[in-house]
Write a protein that binds this ligand. Structure first.
Ligand code: GLV
Length: 404
């Protein structure tokens, strides 16, 4: 009798979840869990394109390691009734210090692609940066979002095309331009080289087995409209109707001669704020101030360009010391948790920027996966600030970090 009573007191059966997406989400407690689920769901080539970095992936690992090896110095007994994560970026409020990074070809992770990410970002109130190499166009993304949208610019050799895209972004009410400056040529992503990965992905002898082993993804991929570089559909630069390797595309279409004069040119054709993404040295951040840009994103393109480049987080303090408050700083690379955002801001960044984190959510569970990631990043940040004794974003400073 006692056994039955004891058992009755402890046995709990969870109701069975019939929705497969919810089932997947219920098993995940962190972005890293969603990464593992995405790895199972996506074909190997697609997962590796998202997950991988350049050459030996040292910079990819360094981005994460820089956060992992920096501890906190929490303060206690500060009588905090509540934590306020609101701050501002580019002069407008944001509910917590985060911006979503541009990522190319987002529809390979989920057919809704950029539309899903833009909707989730608008719900969370954080800006979303649409990539030039997006698989939904500037206008399609604006049509589903009344949130803050930024547009990432690559320097096409054809500057007329850049100008046209800038005008389209302005007409669609995009708030800022984000010029990527770390891609003179494409970094050598050896996972993609080994797999012969192309964009859009092809299904052929080499990838057929991969496709069959990932039926959920393959079925969704073949049922949705073809993946195209949506901003240049029908243009002679190539819109992905014929699959290409990213290296061939970027190395033939983008201009390696990009210079500070082009930054001034972009300024002259765009009235709004300008962000330079891919600054990796204190000296360049100082030059950016002289050229009057509003913000720099300290970024090594998620470890996908120059292997051996410094971890983004390691640049924050020295750059902040050099530029003061003359320019806003965005820390891009390796952000997986709200505690990473807290570290970036405490070191001197205005906001953090995350790309892979939301792509893992998208690949694992579609739009709801992105919602989940954004919610975790926010609630993690609230908890971290609470445990640090920091009641506001302004309270996050270097005294709270163990920057040995
Ligand atoms: C595109 O910008 C990429 O990093 O793959």
């Amino acid at each position: 009798m006692r056994t039955v009573d004891t058992l009755r007191s402890v046995l709990r059966f969870r109701s069975i979840e019939t929705d497969p997406v919810e089932r997947r989400l219920a098993r995940a407690a962190s972005v890293e869990d969603l990464r593992r689920i995405a790895r199972r769901r996506l074909p190997g080539g697609v997962f590796d394109y998202i997950d991988g970095g350049a050459e030996d992936e040292r910079t990819l690992a360094a981005n994460r390691a820089a956060f992992a090896t920096t501890g906190f110095r929490p303060r206690v007994l500060r009588g905090l009734a509540k934590v306020d994560t609101e701050t501002a970026i580019l002069g407008r409020p944001v509910p917590y210090p985060l911006v979503l990074a541009p990522t190319g070809f987002t529809r390979i992770a989920d057919p809704e692609g950029e539309l899903a990410v833009a909707r989730a970002a608008a719900r969370a109130g954080v800006p979303y940066t649409l990539s030039t190499l997006s698989t939904r166009s500037i206008e399609e993304v604006r049509a589903v979002s009344d949130g803050r949208l930024w547009f990432q610019v690559y320097a096409w050799r054809d500057r007329g095309l850049v100008r046209e895209m800038v005008e389209r972004a302005a007409a669609a009410g995009y708030e800022a331009l984000v010029l990527t400056v770390d891609t003179a040529v494409l970094g050598r992503r050896e996972r993609d080289v080994r797999r012969g990965f192309s964009l859009p992905p092809t299904i052929g002898p080499g990838t057929l087995v991969d496709g069959v082993l990932h039926p959920g993804w393959t079925w969704a991929f073949v049922r949705s409209e073809p993946i195209r570089f949506a901003n240049v559909v029908g243009r002679e630069v190539g819109d992905g109707a014929a699959p290409v390797t990213l290296a061939d595309y970027i190395n033939t279409q983008f201009d390696p001669e990009l210079s500070w004069a082009d930054v001034d040119w972009l300024r002259s054709v765009w009235d709004g704020p300008l962000v330079l993404k891919g600054v990796q040295a204190v000296e360049d951040a100082v030059i950016a101030v002289e050229h009057g840009v509003e913000a720099v994103a300290l970024s090594n393109h998620g470890g996908r360009q120059l292997d051996g480049a410094p971890a983004a987080f390691s640049l924050v303090a020295p750059v902040a010391d050099a530029v003061g408050d003359r320019i806003e700083l965005i820390c891009d690379g390796g952000v997986r948790r709200g505690s990473d955002i807290a570290k970036a801001v405490a070191a001197g960044a205005t906001v953090a920027m995350a790309g892979r984190a939301y792509l893992y959510g998208l690949g694992a569970a579609g739009e709801r996966g992105v919602d989940r990631v954004l919610d975790w990043l926010r609630t993690d940040l609230v908890r971290t600030m609470s445990l640090l004794g920091a009641g506001t974003v302004a309270d996050l400073d270097r005294t709270l970090l163990d920057l040995r």
